[in-house]
Design a protein around this ligand. Structure first.
Ligand code: SF4
Length: 74
């Protein structure tokens, strides 16, 4: 559990906030797990879906856009 959970702030507003927007997939995975301790998970997920967020972790889901796949040659 991250430090922020102990004083009822959303974990993404705690000392490890950079994990939510990290370029490292494992960091974002850790952030997504921490969202499980947040009371706003459902609302956060809904917000991200409605606003088509394409980067970072929202509501326990990594919404970072995947890099384009390599084109097949003809
Ligand atoms: S569910 Fe949303 S508000 Fe809660 S920790 Fe995750 S990203 Fe932050």
């Amino acid at each position: 559990m991250l430090d922020a959970c102990q004083d009822h702030r959303p974990p993404c507003q705690g000392t490890d906030a950079d994990l939510w927007t990290s370029e490292d997939h494992e960091d974002r995975q850790q952030a997504a797990e921490a969202c499980g301790y947040c009371p706003h998970t459902a609302a956060c997920h809904e917000y991200a879906a409605t606003n088509r967020e394409r980067a970072g972790v929202w509501g326990g889901r990594d919404r970072t856009a995947q890099p384009a796949t390599t084109r097949r040659s003809a």
